[in-house]
Write a protein that binds this ligand. Structure first.
Ligand SMILES: Cc1ncc(COP(=O)(O)O)c(C=O)c1O
Length: 346
């Protein structure tokens, strides 16, 4: 690796498609997917539906689109959804649930993104003309703002059961669900099949350039088709992209534990840099949050000058987020640590 090359730890979305993936894309059999004619898209949808234990699935452009279509397909204007306060669907999707569907969000404070079963019952409003109808609980696994935390299956099941007891629908934002699987050994399907809808992202740890898949019942996915079209997300010979997704599932799923090892290596190295503090126990998957001895904005500018890219963590002024992925190996992590040490000392 040339010492001048940038080491990009901003996100697991920065990966570039490999030669093998590009070849699979180039050779994909395609058709017009708006007519349902694209065999590669159909294959991807069937594959993911089966992996997550749902009857049907829909290929969409992004994780945000998948979450928002799930919400729009299941709620009506003036319904209320519950989600953990740091959830992606409420914090990083441009207020879409309110703007697109007229849905009122209500946040619940979790612990590293995870809720407690007791929080659910008290958050569901009584039926009354005064209140919105509380209809849906959105969960996220792994939890991005929670530092890539993995829900223990028993806690997840207890929260879903509490939601069911109150008649709620449950959506799972599984943008990094396969990271949860890789870290915990609990298969993705064990989480996903408990929920009415569940998503995965192909463009994060799995390394595809684009795409997410939303899973649910045949009825929900039928409605999801309508909403995807409404949002301008229906695409034509999109098997070219679905082929990247299939390739990613085939070749990049089993290597996710490497990203987690690299995250631990990074976290341990960061913890040894004077003035830096990292909660090592919180590094469960591919995200590393560190508190630095200066404002994150200043630190990130210094890191950039030394050839390392990262992002602010967003809730604490001195905290930064680094993410390991397919395009960084152990050598890049070690080099990044040298550069970070130099940058913070300069
Ligand atoms: C947990 C989670 N959900 C959804 C998304 C949205 O994905 P996209 O950027 O493809 O819209 C992200 C993106 O980082 C995420 O971390």
């Amino acid at each position: 690796m040339p010492t001048t090359s940038l080491i990009d730890l901003r996100s697991d979305t920065v990966t570039r498609p490999s030669t093998g993936m590009r070849k699979a894309m180039a050779e994909a059999e395609v058709g017009d997917d708006v007519f349902g004619d694209d065999p590669t898209v159909r294959k991807l949808q069937e594959r993911v539906a089966e992996m997550l234990g749902h009857p049907a699935a829909l290929f969409v452009t992004s994780g945000s689109m998948a979450n928002q279509i799930a919400i729009g397909a299941q709620l009506r204007p003036a319904d209320e959804l519950l989600a953990e306060a740091g959830s992606h669907c409420l914090n990083f999707e441009g207020a879409a649930c309110s703007a697109l569907w007229g849905v009122q969000p209500r946040t619940l404070e979790g612990q590293r993104g995870q809720l407690f079963p007791e929080q659910i019952a008290s958050a569901v409003r009584p039926i009354s003309e005064h209140f919105p109808r509380t209809r849906l609980l959105c969960l996220e696994n792994t939890h991005n703002r929670g530092g890539g935390s993995v829900w223990p299956l028993d806690r997840f099941s207890a929260v879903v059961a509490a939601a069911r007891a109150k008649g709620l629908l449950v959506h799972l934002d599984g943008a990094r669900l396969f990271n949860a699987q890789a870290a915990s050994g609990t298969r993705a399907v064990e989480y996903a099949r408990q929920c009415d809808t569940a998503t995965i992202c192909l463009s994060k740890g799995l390394g595809a350039p684009v795409g997410s898949v939303l899973c649910g019942s045949a009825d929900v996915i039928k409605e999801a088709h309508r909403l995807r079209k409404r949002l301008g997300g229906a695409m034509r010979q999109v098997g070219i992209l679905a082929a990247a997704g299939l390739y990613a599932l085939e070749h990049n799923l089993d290597r996710l534990p490497q990203d987690h090892e690299h995250a631990k290596r990074l976290a341990h190295g960061m913890a040894e840099i004077p003035g830096v503090s990292v909660d090592l126990a919180s590094v469960e998957t591919n995200l590393v949050f560190s508190d630095l001895p200066m404002l994150a904005t200043d630190a990130l500018a210094r890191l950039r000058e030394h050839g390392v890219l990262a992002t602010p963590e967003g809730t604490r002024p001195n905290s930064v987020r680094m993410v390991t992925h397919l395009d960084v190996g152990a050598a890049e992590i070690d080099e990044a640590l040298l550069r970070i040490r130099r940058a913070l000392a300069s």
